[in-house]
Design a protein around this ligand. Structure first.
Ligand code: SF4
Ligand code: MG
Length: 292
């Protein structure tokens, strides 16, 4: 759903809080992201009765419980697949996925490229803390080799993946990154994702002080660097260059990429309309929709 095409409501961030108490550890970065989610929903004027929050498993996957909305707490790694189905069934609803790096890129890694290439009209907020927190500290796809975790007491043998580069490569139409210590920036980027028609991916660094001793709030604060003011968000090459800064020990913060192309539900609607409407099924119209 394009938030811009439906009636907006005028609610305060606190109106998006549910009755469920927040149970994360003190100092967890997820608290900052949650406050950003409340603010983004308020700023975008999303009607809670037109919102579905979906998650898999993990500390961050508890987030839908804390949001005043419809919600689905699904299987580990399957939030994106369930969200795709929910969006196709109810294109009149806003669909927000809230989950972590292990859930999204390890167990759920098979779903990520397909949501991006299909341009499913959902907003995916990934709480990236470089560890599995709920299961008490295992190495994740975004862990740095220096991190000693329960499963890697001598450090890790793998290089971390680059979520931004991955999403840009597979065709996401809105790609952004922020850090939980800057909830105002997080809120603006999440709002932008909600208002974008298409697959919006927002990677948010979030410290886990309980199990990840190296990716501290200070580390992330020094790591992130605001995207240059003159960055052209429609230039994929420029966005990819920015996304690769992380290999040089820096990470871009802001909106990297934003373009428009038909979404999965728009394409499916056109096909159904074409097949069901008349024997003169207009294939050219479908092909036109698929052109970049
Ligand atoms: Fe946050 Fe880590 Fe505690 Fe989970 S274990 S709530 S990610 S600090
Ligand atoms: Mg994690």
């Amino acid at each position: 759903m394009s938030i811009g095409s439906v009636k907006r409501v005028d609610l305060k961030p606190k109106d998006y809080k549910s009755e469920v108490p927040v149970v994360w550890c003190p100092g967890c970065g997820h608290h900052g992201i949650l406050s950003a989610v409340y603010r983004a929903l308020s700023d975008a004027g999303v009607d809670p009765s037109r919102l579905i929050c979906i998650s898999g498993i993990g500390c961050s996957s508890r987030t839908p419980y804390f949001v005043n909305s419809y919600k689905m707490h699904t299987l580990h790694g399957r939030a994106g697949a369930v969200a795709t189905g929910a969006q196709l069934a109810r294109p009149d609803m806003a669909v927000l996925v809230l989950g972590g790096d292990g859930d999204g890129f390890s167990i759920g890694g098979g779903h990520m490229p397909h949501m991006a290439r299909k341009n499913v009209d959902i907003t995916y907020v990934l709480f990236d803390n470089g560890i599995y927190g709920l299961t008490k500290g295992q190495y994740s796809p975004t862990s740095r080799p220096e991190m000693k975790a329960y499963t890697t007491p001598y450090g890790g043998p793998e290089e971390p993946m680059n979520p931004l580069l991955y999403m840009l490569t597979y065709g996401a139409t809105y790609v952004a990154q922020a850090f939980a210590g800057k909830p105002g920036i997080c809120a603006d980027l999440i709002r932008g994702g909600l208002e974008h028609r298409g697959f919006s991916y927002i990677n948010i660094y979030s410290q886990c002080p309980t199990f990840n001793q190296i990716d501290t709030i200070e580390f992330y604060r020094d790591l992130v660097e605001t995207v240059p003011k003159d960055h052209d968000v429609t230039d994929l090459g420029e966005a990819i260059t920015l996304s690769r800064q992380s290999s040089a020990g820096r990470a871009p913060m802001g909106l990297l990429y934003k373009v428009n192309r038909p979404t999965l539900d728009q394409r499916m609607h056109a096909i159904v309309e074409g097949v069901g409407g008349s024997p003169d099924y207009d294939l050219n119209r479908i092909i036109d929709l698929h052109r970049p």
